[in-house]
Design a protein around this ligand. Structure first.
Ligand code: ZN
Ligand code: ZN
Ligand code: FE
Length: 739
């Protein structure tokens, strides 16, 4: 990958071991030729493994011994740097320890907030085109000073060919805008900004991939201010902690979580909270989305304040993309926040913070953006020239080049006009950046998705694939599976090939086709997509199957809260089939149970009801409700028992747990039946419902005990943000079999 300092590292390491030869980037990898004593060569190989730049990944090293002439020196060959084939771009890398130390010692970089080197700094967010060279980045307007240039040109220096190299004399600078005017001196800026934050104020701060809104995470009023600024924003906020000890003070932290938090990618990691921040931060959830400083400025800020936890949430208004333009940021936040902090380097590629979690000891990505994009995913199949359009709500697209899949950063909900523009611009940019020549496009079957319409209008050969098949294929592609598997897709909603809304599917699936083995029984979804915003409608739909006309007299609290015209309308919709498509969605089943338990009346954000249900789980009773399997999965008995539990005042946490255990039981039971019938042992779990940590952990645990091989999306989200990879894999397989 370009821009992670690998070749200079090899150069310096070869020199240290007194080796001659050369290093060169080629399209099939880095070629290194070394000549010297055998023991030095062995030590050199060791050093590659032990000391390689943090952000570089070595897939494998093949060593061959050759007879060759003699070399006078070790050279970095200008190589294929401008070859059209070398198209890997590094993601942005958090500031490294050496640079943090330089901040205190290097005269021309004392407290310089844009310090970077070949091992760290902005990459994807500043790249306009390849090859990765300063002139093709948004650093191009900054003329290097003589000190920076000599470091840039010195192959023994850590800043050798560090494209964004800069210092106090020549690089970008921050400017703070407040109602009292602007400040350009860094000390002034920090003093003022800290005073604002310490006194409960709010600020819009330009980050690496966009603007963020910040305030003291322990100050309730400040947190409420941010909620008002963002308009209709009720998702939990991410928190930037000053250092690891502060993270530990507020959260439980496992070794795997600590490793992720401190990795060069610096994602937001979902942690179990142990001490309360302001209530508005987590919105009643027992988790905190935590991250550690990744820009030099974050460190400079925390060095000067007693604050240990700042809300740092994307700077956008409701569903719009995160703002990257300085003018727009000042216009939008100038009057709403107490300060707007800008800097004079343009953000070329917008990226949000990535969100990840640890299940067991393994990372599971939930949102793939900063630090992860645009690293490719290596596939077994040839996906060259295939464009995968993705889904709708949590859109990411994916473009294929050879055997590499380039997943886009998190784009968002395409129904929003600005987000749709972001989508089309980014897609064009990816094609240009990675030199993709589009040959075909693959999209969802849903005719109303804007990604589908985009694909239809592209003029390319079009393939439409089923949503849940794509969910399963996405995970298969990630693990290089190319065979029949037991595919279990638990999801929100996706159009099925019988016209119903699927989302609780057991598929016998390979990459190119699938057979629907079984699914959850269909229930009407009153109001179609609108049911997503009214979880109680799903509860009524399920209960109506059992109690029909007697439903109103059922003595459970949630029913008493539904006022009459609404209730009657929904009953009519169900009975007469008005605007009530049938669904097998597990997401909607979670909605129904969450509503029945009074956990979520009106969700303020996507998937809130299922998230509340998971959060409600308490320790105690193990066991599940009854389910019937013939031939589809009927949960009527479960609802009867659940109603009885509610009437008997069984604790909500216990019911929530029993419900989750029931889902695990269903997974276990159907997987076993499918194994018996088809002789398959590989189970792929995918779909948005598996963001539920409890469900995933339990399902994994039980399936392992039954000796299944389990696969779950790891590097690509299990939600719709990962679906484009599955679309890509399916298209590639179909193309292969057609040719
Ligand atoms: Zn560095
Ligand atoms: Zn300089
Ligand atoms: Fe989905």
């Amino acid at each position: 990958m370009q821009g992670v300092g690998f070749r200079p590292f090899i150069y310096r390491t070869a020199h240290r071991h007194q080796l001659k030869g050369s290093v060169e980037n080629r399209n099939d990898g880095v070629h290194i030729l070394v000549q010297g004593h055998r023991s030095d060569i062995d030590a050199f190989l060791q050093s590659i493994h032990l000391e390689k730049p943090e952000a570089s990944t070595i897939h494998s090293i093949h060593t061959v011994w050759v007879q060759d002439g003699s070399y006078g020196d070790f050279l970095i060959l200008p190589s294929s740097n401008d070859s059209k084939e070398i198209t890997q771009v590094s993601p942005d890398i958090a500031v490294c320890h050496e640079c943090l130390s330089d901040l205190k010692h290097q005269k021309h970089r004392l407290d310089y907030p844009f310090i970077n080197c070949t091992n760290c700094g902005p990459r994807f967010t500043i790249i306009q085109d390849l090859p990765y060279d300063r002139s093709q980045t948004t650093m191009s307007p900054f003329e290097m000073c003589s000190k920076c240039r000599s470091e840039y040109e010195d192959v023994m220096n850590r800043r050798f060919h560090a494209q964004p190299v800069a210092c106090n004399d020549c690089g970008p600078q921050y400017v703070l805008h407040t109602s009292g005017g602007i400040r350009k001196d860094l000390t002034d800026i920090l003093t003022k900004l800290i005073s604002i934050l310490e006194h409960g104020g709010t600020a819009a701060i330009k980050g690496i991939g966009g603007y963020f809104l910040a305030c003291d995470a322990t100050n309730s009023e400040a947190v409420e201010k941010i909620r008002r600024i963002k308009v209709r924003e009720s998702k939990p906020f991410a928190v930037l902690f000053s250092h690891l000890d502060a993270v530990r003070e507020y959260n439980n932290l496992s070794d795997a979580e600590e490793a992720l938090l401190t990795s060069w990618k610096r994602p937001i990691v979902l942690l179990n909270a142990r001490k309360k921040l302001a209530p508005g931060v987590s919105m009643g959830f027992p988790t905190i989305g935590a991250m550690l400083p990744y820009m030099p400025f974050h460190y400079l800020l925390f060095q000067r304040t007693h604050l240990k936890a700042l809300v740092l949430t994307s700077g956008n208004i409701s569903e719009e993309p995160i703002i990257i333009d300085d003018r727009q940021a000042i216009d939008t936040f100038g009057t709403r926040c107490d300060a707007v902090l800008t800097y004079n380097r343009r953000i070329e590629n917008r990226v949000d913070d990535s969100v990840t979690m640890v299940v067991g000891t393994t990372e599971r990505l939930l949102r793939r953006s900063r630090g992860y994009v645009p690293s490719p995913i290596f596939l077994k199949t040839n996906v060259n020239g295939i464009i995968a359009a993705g889904a709708e709500l949590v859109n990411c697209f994916c473009v294929g080049k050879g055997h590499q899949a380039f997943m886009s950063q998190h784009i968002g909900d395409l129904k929003n006009l600005e987000t749709y523009d972001f989508y089309t611009e980014s897609l064009a940019r990816f094609n240009r950046l990675f030199r993709v020549e589009p040959q075909m496009v693959v999209c969802d079957m849903h005719p109303d998705y804007l990604s589908t319409r985009f694909a239809e209008n592209s003029g390319l050969d079009l393939l439409q694939v089923q949503h849940h098949h794509a969910h399963i294929a996405s995970c298969m592609a990630e693990y290089g599976l190319d065979e029949d598997v037991i595919g279990i897709a638990f999801d929100g909603i996706g159009l099925g090939d019988d016209g119903a809304i699927w989302g609780g599917e057991f598929l016998k699936s390979d990459l190119s086709s699938y057979e629907r083995f079984t699914h959850f029984d269909y229930v009407p979804m009153p109001g179609g997509d609108a049911a997503t915003f009214h979880p109680w409608r799903m509860a009524v739909a399920y209960l109506h199957r059992i109690y029909a006309g007697d439903l109103r007299s059922l003595d459970i609290p949630f029913l008493r809260e539904i006022t009459d015209p609404h209730f009657q309308t929904v009953i009519q919709m169900i009975e007469k089939g008005i605007h009530s498509p049938l669904t097998s969605s597990v997401g909607r089943l979670f909605d129904a149970v969450s509503a029945m338990l009074g956990l979520c009346r009106a969700p303020a954000f996507h998937a809130e009801a299922p998230m509340r249900l998971e959060a409600a789980i308490s320790d105690g009773f193990d066991g599940h409700y009854d389910v019937e399997f013939s031939p589809t999965i009927a949960v009527d008995r479960m609802f009867e028992q659940l109603v009885r539990d509610i009437q008997n005042k069984v604790a909500v946490g216990v019911i929530a747990r029993k419900f989750h255990q029931t889902m695990v039981f269903i997974i276990e039971r159907v997987a076993t039946t499918m194994r018996d019938q088809y002789g398959l042992n590989k189970v792929v779990l995918s779909g948005g419902t598996f963001q539920n940590r409890y469900l995933l952990c339990q399902a994994e645990h039980r399936l392992r005990a039954l000796k299944f091989d389990i696969y779950f999306p790891r590097d690509v989200p299990c939600n719709d943000g990962g679906i484009a990879l599955g679309q890509l894999a399916i298209a590639s397989k179909k193309r292969e079999s057609n040719s």
